[in-house]
Write a protein of this length. Structure first.
Length: 165
């Protein structure tokens, strides 16, 4: 029995897997650092008291090959911190008492997609708000396209962040 074709096939499969893994790892940008909201470059409706799609004024991000830690701060919002697994698995997100929040994060090539779901009860009834954020980096600029969906209605805005460090 000639084992050369079998060895060649196994070697080819192994090299293909290694090449694909290396290409995937290279396409994942490193988002680590401090990012500041650039109001001049962002959508017109992201600031002020009436913003339908809220954005933090600063994000501090730490990234490892398997996790993304995001700390968000804003003038009129409580600080927010989440640790996402980059394999897309659902995690619980710390939230104020009475609010339940979960989220997932996963790279799609060089684009990071974060989805989350927040639920709480109020005198008006149970409320569920869903968020979808698509992050792309170009140089020292992070673009966040964010969609907020509540009661079947969605609103989408774009924010641009400049890397401070």
């Amino acid at each position: 029995m000639n084992r050369k074709p079998l060895r060649a096939t196994i070697l080819f499969a192994a090299l293909t897997f290694v090449s694909a893994s290396a290409a995937f790892a290279q396409s994942m940008p490193n988002l680590s650092g401090t990012w500041l909201l650039n109001f001049d470059k962002s959508g017109e409706r992201i600031a002020g008291n009436g913003a339908d799609v809220p954005f933090p004024s600063q994000m501090v991000i730490a990234q490892s090959p398997t996790e993304l830690t995001v700390e968000r701060t804003s003038v009129r919002q409580d600080p927010f911190k989440a640790v996402f697994k980059l394999d897309g698995s659902r995690v619980n997100v710390a939230a104020p008492e009475g609010i339940t929040e979960t989220g997932e994060a996963k790279f799609d090539g060089a684009t990071l997609v974060i989805t989350s779901r927040r639920s709480f009860s109020s005198p008006a009834g149970d409320t569920v708000i869903e968020f979808r954020e698509v992050w792309t980096v170009k140089g020292n600029e992070l673009t966040v396209l964010k969609t907020v969906t509540q009661d079947g209605s969605s609103d989408t805005e774009t924010a641009i962040y400049d890397k401070k460090s």
